[in-house]
Design a protein around this ligand. Structure first.
Ligand SMILES: O=C(O)CCC(=O)C(=O)O
Ligand SMILES: [Fe+2]
Length: 226
C-alpha cells in the first residue's frame, strides 16, 4: 500500500453536495414527508406509484426472480433469503418508474444502478446491513469502476403485506410497514458526505403474505457509461 494512501471513507464534497441537493428537492415537494429523526435523512412518499403499475412490476418480478445474492466475500448463509431480479431499465414496463424515481430525487438517471425487484415469502428476510460499500473490501475497486459509492437508496413497496416485512432501522428506532405504492428513500451518507452508520437497516421477516419491493441504489458517479 502506498505510504500516503488515503484512509477509506471520511467526508467527501461530492457526496455532501448530492445529500444537500436531494434533501432540498424532497423537502420542497409537498407530496413527500421527512421522517422526524436526526440521525439520517429519511423521506417517504405515501402514494408514489399507482396500483396498476405496482401490479405490473409484481408480475415482472414473479416471471424473472431467482435467489438473492450479497456482495461480501464471506458467504453469509441466511443473510438475504429473498428472491430478486434485475428490472431492465429500457423495458416499457420499467422505464417510467425508473425515471420517475430519479426525477423525484433530482438525480440524473445515469447514476442509478439497475433497479432490483425483490420478493419475500413467509419467513424470508434481509438481515441488518448498510447499502453503502465498505471501501476496505476487495470488491471496492470494481465498485469504483461502476460509479463509486452508493449515495441514496429508494425503494417502493409494491403490495400490502398481511403481517411482517417492515423495513427496520434499529439504530434510529423506526420501522416502515409495507404499503402498496409507498416510496421510502434515504441518504446513506451523513451531511458531510461520510458514510452514515445510522442507516443500518433490515428487511424484517414476512409473517403472513408475500412482500414485493423494488429497490434503486444511486452511485456518486456514473453507473451508465456514455
Ligand atoms: O426489504 C426491505 O425492506 C429492505 C430492502 C433493502 O434493504 C435493500 O434492498 O437494500
Ligand atoms: Fe438495503
Amino acid at each position: 500500500m502506498a505510504l500516503f494512501a488515503k484512509k477509506p471513507g471520511g467526508p467527501s464534497p461530492v457526496r455532501r453536495l448530492v445529500g444537500e441537493s436531494v434533501s432540498r428537492r424532497l423537502d420542497a415537494n409537498p407530496a413527500v414527508k421527512r421522517a422526524k429523526v436526526d440521525e439520517a435523512q429519511i423521506f417517504y412518499h405515501p402514494d408514489f406509484l399507482d396500483a396498476a403499475t405496482c401490479d405490473r412490476l409484481v408480475a415482472l418480478i414473479d416471471a424473472n426472480r431467482r435467489r438473492s445474492t450479497v456482495l461480501a466475500e464471506e458467504s453469509v448463509q441466511d443473510f438475504r433469503t429473498s428472491d430478486s431480479c434485475d428490472m431492465d431499465r429500457w423495458s416499457p414496463d420499467v422505464r417510467p418508474t425508473d425515471e420517475a424515481i430519479a426525477d423525484l430525487l433530482g438525480i440524473d438517471p445515469v447514476h442509478g444502478e439497475t433497479m432490483q425487484g425483490q420478493r419475500y415469502a413467509v419467513g424470508q428476510h434481509f438481515r441488518a446491513h448498510f447499502d453503502y460499500f465498505n471501501e476496505a473490501q476487495a470488491y471496492w475497486p470494481k465498485m469504483v469502476e461502476t460509479g463509486g459509492q452508493r449515495t441514496w437508496t429508494a425503494m417502493i413497496y409494491l403490495n400490502d403485506v398481511e403481517e411482517g416485512g417492515a423495513t427496520w432501522f434499529p439504530t434510529i428506532g423506526i420501522r416502515v410497514a409495507p404499503k402498496k405504492g409507498l416510496l421510502l428513500t434515504w441518504n446513506n451518507m451523513k451531511p458531510d458526505g461520510d458514510r452514515n452508520t445510522a442507516t443500518l437497516h433490515e428487511g424484517m421477516p414476512v409473517v403472513q403474505g408475500t412482500k414485493y419491493i423494488v429497490t434503486k441504489w444511486f452511485r456518486e458517479g456514473n453507473w451508465i457509461k456514455a
